[in-house]
Ligand binder design. Structure first.
Ligand code: N01
Length: 541
C-alpha cells in the first residue's frame, strides 16, 4: 500500500540565517530582539563559532589584537569580557562566542548539525525555501547568509591521496580530539597564515617536519604575550574611543595608519621606523607608512627590510634564500604574523621543500613525491587554504528568480551591489560577501556594519509596508566597476597567486573579490544609500 502520509509542512519563519559564527549570532540578536522577527539559524557545526569552530589546528590564533576582536555593539558585553593574551587563541574565541550566545540566549533559535544543501526563491510566494542535508524544508521571507569567507576547505586534487597509508588532515577541518604528532614524520603543505602559524607548533611535537613551500611569504612577529592588568583596565574604560577608531580606519583595526610617506624620511630614519614596527610586531607593521600599499617602490623598501630579517634569522643560507625568494609586494597577499616561524627552520628536525621549482607530482602510499625527491611521511597536513568568499555561497546551491543558479549568475566572478545583494535573488543578503571589505578588514567590525545595515534595511522595508528588496542590474554593474577600481588603485592585484583573486583554486574566475576602498569609505557609501531611500535597489510589495 502506498504511503499516504502527507509530507510535513515546511516550517516557516520571517528570516532564516545560515551560520552561527560572529555574523550569524549578531544577526539573530538584531532581527529577533530588536525587530521582533521569528528567526531560525541553521548551523552545520555542533556548536557556535563558525570559522573558529572548524579551524582548530595547532597554533590557531587570530591576527587581530584581542581587544579589537570582539563585538562593540554592547558596552556592557565589551566591558565584562577579558581577553588573556594580545592575540586570542582559538579556544578562547570559542569561549567568547559561547559566552555571547548564552548571555543573549541565542542558542534556543539555532539548529546545530544542520547543513544547508539548497535554497530556492519562490516568486509567487515571495519566500525562500531552504533544504537541509537531512531533507527538511524551511521557508522564510528573508534569507541571510552568515557563512563566513573562509569556510570551504581547499584540498588540492593531488593524484594518489586516496592511497596514502598515513593520516591526512586539512587545517580547516581539524579533528576535535586533536592530532598526536609525537614520533611522527609530518609533511605540511602551504605557507599562508595557517601554515606559518602551525609550523612552529607541529615542529615542537613531531619527530620530523617537512614544510612544502610553493609561494614564499612575508611574516612579521606577532609578539604574543599575556595582557597586563593595566592594559585590560584601559580597554575596559575606552570602549567608545576604541569603537570610534576601529570604525574610522580603513582596515577596522584599533590603530591608525601613519600619515607619512616612505619618501618623507631618510633611509636611516626609515630603517629605524621599520625596526620599531618589527619590535612592536603584528599587522600594525603595514601602518608604518601611508603609501606601502599604493606605491610599489615604497613597498619595495618594506619588502627588502623583511627579506633581510629572514636572512638574519635563518642560519642555513640556502634555506634562507628559499624563504626570502618572495615575488609579491608586502601585504598584497594577506600578511601573516607569526611566533618563531622563520627560526623554526633552524631546528634539526625541520626541512623546507621547494615545490615551486619541483612541484608535488603525487601522493604515494609512503608520502609525498615531488619532481625532485620522495618524502616518507606518517601524517600530511594541508594548510592549503579555502575556496574563499564565493565558495561557501556557491556550495549551497542557491537559486533565485526562475530557478537561476547563483553559480550561473557568478560564472565570470561575483557580481552584486554593495557586497550585500544580487539582482534576481530578492531578499537574499550576504554578510561579508564578495564586493565588501570583509577579509580586508578586522572581521567583527565588518560584520557589525553589515548586520546593522541589513537590520535597518529590513526594518525600513516593514515600516514602509513593503515586502521585498533587490538591486538593479545597473547598480550591480556600477558596483562591480567600483570594486575593480578600488582594487587597482592599490598593489593588491599584483599578488597574482592570491586567494583574494581566486588564484588558489584551479578553474576559479580571476576576479579581485573584496572591496579595497577601505571600511570607513564603504560604511559611508552604505549609509548614504540607506539615507537616500535605497537608490539602486528595487523595493516592492
Ligand atoms: O590559506 P592561504 P591559509 N601545492 O590560501 C599553498 C585567514 N587566516 O589557510 O600561494 C602546494 O593563504 C598556497 O600556495 P600558493 C587569513 O585571512 C587568518 O593559510 O597558492 N601548495 C599557500 O601557500 C588567511 O589569508 C589567520 O602558491 C599549495 C597555502 O597553501 C586566510 O585565512 C590564521 C597547493 C594556502 O595559503 C587563508 O589562510 C589563518 C598545492 N596544490 C588563516 N595549494 C589569523 O588570523 C595551495 N597551496 C592569524
Amino acid at each position: 500500500m502506498p504511503d499516504m502520509t502527507p509530507a510535513p509542512a515546511a516550517r516557516s519563519f520571517d528570516a532564516l540565517i545560515i551560520g552561527a559564527g560572529f555574523s550569524g549570532l549578531y544577526q539573530l540578536l538584531c532581527l529577533r530582539d530588536r525587530l521582533g522577527l521569528n528567526v531560525q539559524v541553521l548551523e552545520a557545526g555542533d556548536g557556535v563559532g563558525g570559522t573558529w569552530y572548524w579551524n582548530r589546528y595547532p597554533g590557531a590564533r587570530c591576527d587581530s589584537e584581542s581587544h579589537s576582536y570582539n563585538y562593540t555593539f554592547s558596552k556592557e558585553l565589551f566591558e565584562e569580557w577579558e581577553w588573556s593574551e594580545r592575540y586570542p587563541e582559538q579556544p578562547e574565541i570559542m569561549r567568547y562566542l559561547n559566552h555571547v550566545a548564552d548571555r543573549f540566549d541565542l542558542k534556543r533559535d539555532i539548529c546545530f548539525g544542520t547543513r544547508v544543501v539548497a535554497a530556492r526563491h519562490d516568486e509567487a510566494a515571495g519566500s525562500w525555501t531552504v533544504t537541509t542535508e537531512a531533507g527538511e524544508k524551511l521557508t522564510a521571507q528573508f534569507l541571510i547568509t552568515a557563512v563566513g569567507c573562509l569556510s570551504t576547505a581547499n584540498v588540492p586534487a593531488l593524484p594518489g591521496l586516496g592511497d596514502f597509508a598515513g593520516r591526512w588532515y586539512h587545517t580547516g577541518q581539524w579533528p576535535h580530539e586533536g592530532v598526536d604528532f609525537r614520533g611522527k614524520r609530518v609533511g605540511l603543505v602551504g605557507t599562508g597564515s595557517t601554515g606559518i602559524q602551525a609550523t612552529p607548533v607541529i615542529a615542537e611535537a613531531a619527530a620530523h617536519l617537512t614544510v612544502f613551500q610553493r609561494t614564499p611569504n612575508y611574516s612579521v612577529p606577532a609578539h604574543n604575550a599575556p595582557l597586563t592588568p593595566e592594559f585590560r583596565q584601559w580597554v575596559r574604560h575606552n570602549h567608545a574611543e576604541l569603537r570610534r577608531i576601529m570604525q574610522s580606519t580603513p582596515n577596522g583595526h584599533p590603530f591608525v595608519i601613519e600619515d607619512r610617506s616612505v619618501w618623507d624620511v631618510t633611509a636611516e630614519q626609515r630603517q629605524a621606523i621599520y625596526e620599531a614596527a618589527w619590535a612592536k610586531g603584528g599587522l600594525q607593521f603595514r601602518a608604518a607608512f601611508r603609501d606601502l600599499l599604493v606605491d610599489k617602490e615604497a613597498n619595495d623598501t618594506a619588502a627588502a627590510f623583511l627579506k633581510d630579517k629572514i636572512r638574519e634569522i635563518v642560519k642555513d643560507p640556502a634555506t634562507a634564500e628559499l624563504l626570502a625568494d618572495i615575488d609579491h609586494p608586502y601585504a598584497a597577499k594577506r600578511p601573516p604574523i607569526d611566533s618563531d616561524y622563520f627560526a623554526t627552520f633552524n631546528r634539526p628536525n625541520v626541512t623546507l621543500a621547494d615545490v615551486r621549482r619541483a612541484p608535488i607530482e603525487r601522493i604515494t602510499p609512503a608520502g609525498i613525491r615531488t619532481a625532485a625527491a620522495e618524502y616518507p611521511l606518517d601524517i600530511i597536513v594541508f594548510a592549503t587554504g579555502f575556496d574563499a568568499m564565493t565558495g561557501p555561497l556557491l556550495r549551497m546551491n542557491i537559486e533565485g528568480r526562475d530557478g537561476r543558479a547563483l553559480a550561473e549568475a557568478w560564472e565570470a566572478g561575483p557580481r552584486n551591489y554593495l557586497g550585500l545583494q544580487v539582482a534576481g535573488f530578492p531578499n537574499l543578503f550576504t554578510i561579508t560577501g564578495p564586493g565588501s571589505p570583509s577579509v580586508l578588514c578586522n572581521m567583527p567590525v565588518a560584520i557589525e556594519q553589515h548586520v546593522e545595515w541589513i537590520t535597518d534595511c529590513i526594518a525600513r522595508l516593514r515600516a514602509d509596508g513593503l515586502a521585498r528588496i533587490e538591486p538593479t542590474e545597473a547598480a550591480m554593474d556600477d558596483w562591480v566597476t567600483q570594486v575593480n577600481d578600488a582594487a587597482h588603485a592599490t598593489l593588491l592585484p599584483q599578488a597574482h597567486h592570491s586567494w583574494y583573486l581566486g588564484a588558489n583554486v584551479p578553474g576559479k574566475p580571476r576576479v579581485f573579490m573584496p572591496y579595497a576602498g577601505g571600511m570607513a569609505r564603504y560604511r559611508a557609501i552604505c549609509d548614504e544609500v540607506a539615507a537616500a531611500g535605497y537608490p539602486g535597489f528595487m523595493r516592492g510589495a
